[in-house]
Ligand binder design. Structure first.
Ligand SMILES: Nc1nc2c(ncn2[C@@H]2O[C@H](COP(=O)(O)OP(=O)(O)OP(=O)(O)O)[C@@H](O)[C@H]2O)c(=O)[nH]1
Ligand SMILES: [Mg+2]
Length: 435
């Protein structure tokens, strides 16, 4: 399942526009409006959690670039130094600010294996989640992922400790490659997460440690370990002290495979760790999902402002105009997908995700791009019929809310295509895709 095809820039610009309009219309509410503005500007908050000991803290530190290892077991929110600390951090979550580039566009929350109500409070202040497993995701893992409630688009599954995957370095020729293959297979399960990746944060930590970067002889030693005899020797009791020291430095995986890194073992370790690829994912697709979720929350909160404004009608007008903008329907549909997934309504979640992802009337109608308008219209009517049928059958409130929103979008699309067919002066101002 992919993220709604609305560029992050368009979402941010839209939110700014709505808040600007509100500011002009209701200057007396500027304190509330600037609080909402602050939330639109804040970096996405990504919760990192998973099964006990799956490697969440090590991964967060690898992403943050923090070399410390104070085995603390309380949740920690890591954010950039020099920015204001988020206001709504739950009690019991420690805040750590870090200088440097790593957290300029990302805030990470180490969930520290919190369970029950504590998890709910920590999750409530996050926008998306990275869920770690160090083996096959269990039924309990899947249940936790569902309960976290970020929906497939807001969830990345990480197969962590990948250098030890399966039987580890002494079991398979290349456990990291096995872990990557397994993660690729897990990626197919789009009803639970947007994708799955394998990482080995311990290798990232090794890559940047001064002991590795400052060891001029390391590359040559790693090259000399590339023999089956070394692997067999590691199982024995009399491992030579120099080899033992290298095992501590770069781990079993580094010793057995680091020769592949040539004269740049540090860079090789960082590359194969997969943490860089994960960072790209967090700053890309997951940040996009986080932005949509948060924007929907902010629009909901902005909707409440009409009750406190001195001119409620004028504020209502601004909000109605915003609500009919091309960006608004996709932002609004987005959290419905997560709610449906949380309720176990995977088919409905997939339907809403497909609708929210559509970037043309043909796409929405489920017909090939460039199809004649009549076919687009028939496709849209067919979609609406299916949705209405689902609505008239047995439904639960979460399905009713989501599908009602979908049927509004479909009816609007039908209206737009019909007007186009009628050849009348079709106003594109109200178009679902006109930005
Ligand atoms: N081999 C290997 N070990 C790792 C890796 N990442 C973490 N570990 C080890 O796994 C153990 C648990 O790591 P943590 O980062 O504390 O895991 P956690 O999920 O934060 O654990 P809790 O918060 O206690 O649930 C530690 O001994 C780490 O050194 C990795 O990439 N490879
Ligand atoms: Mg931890």
């Amino acid at each position: 399942m992919s993220v709604v095809s609305l560029p992050a820039d368009a979402v941010s610009a839209f939110m700014d526009r709505v808040l600007d309009d509100l500011q002009v219309t209701a200057p007396e509410l500027s304190a509330q409006i600037s609080r909402l503005r602050g939330r639109t500007a804040e970096a996405p908050r990504i919760l990192v959690t998973g099964g006990p000991g799956a490697g969440a803290s090590t991964l967060v530190r690898a992403l943050v670039g923090d070399a410390g290892t104070d085995g603390s077991s309380e949740p920690v929110l890591w954010c950039a130094a020099g920015r204001s600390v988020p206001e709504d951090v739950p009690v019991g979550v420690r805040v750590r600010q870090v200088a440097g580039a790593a957290l300029q566009n990302l805030t990470l929350i180490d969930g520290a294996g919190t369970a029950g109500e504590a998890t709910a409070a920590v999750a409530a202040c996050a926008d998306a989640v990275v869920y770690l497993v160090d083996r096959e995701p269990s039924v309990a893992d899947r249940e936790r992922i569902r309960q976290l409630g970020f929906g497939p688009a807001g969830t990345v599954l990480v197969v962590s400790r990948a250098d030890e995957f399966g039987a580890g370095s002494l079991g398979s020729t290349d456990p990291l490659a096995d872990a990557r293959g397994y993660a690729r297979a897990l990626s197919e399960d789009t009803s639970s997460w947007v994708t799955a990746v394998a990482v080995s944060p311990l290798l990232t930590a090794a890559a940047s440690s001064p002991a590795v970067t400052g060891d001029a002889g390391l590359a040559a030693r790693l090259a000399s370990y590339r023999s089956p005899a070394v692997a067999a020797g590691l199982l024995g009791t009399d491992v030579p002290p120099a080899l033992m020291a290298d095992l501590q430095l770069v781990g079993t995986y580094g010793v057995l495979h680091g020769g592949a890194g040539g004269d740049q073992p540090g860079r090789w370790l960082a590359d194969v760790s997969g943490v860089g690829d994960l960072r790209t994912l967090l700053l890309g697709r997951l940040a996009q999902a986080a932005l949509l979720r948060r924007s929907a929350e902010i629009l909901d909160e902005a909707g409440q402002l009409r009750f406190t404004a001195s001119d409620p009608a004028a504020v209502g007008e601004v909000l109605d105009r915003a609500g009919s903008a091309p960006e608004a329907w996709r932002i609004r549909l987005f959290p419905e997908i997560a709610r449906l997934a949380e309720a176990g309504m995977d088919d409905d979640a997939a339907l809403v995700a497909r609708i929210g992802d559509a970037d043309s009337p043909a796409d929405l109608a489920g017909v090939p791009a460039g199809s004649p308008q009549v076919e687009v219209l028939n496709g849209l009517r067919e979609q609406l019929r299916t949705v209405n049928l689902r609505l008239t059958g047995f439904t639960v409130p979460v399905v009713e809310t989501a599908l009602t929103a979908v049927s509004v979008v479909l009816r609007r699309a039908i209206g737009e295509v019909e007007t186009g067919l009628g050849g009348s002066d079709y106003s594109t101002d109200a178009g679902l895709w006109k930005t």
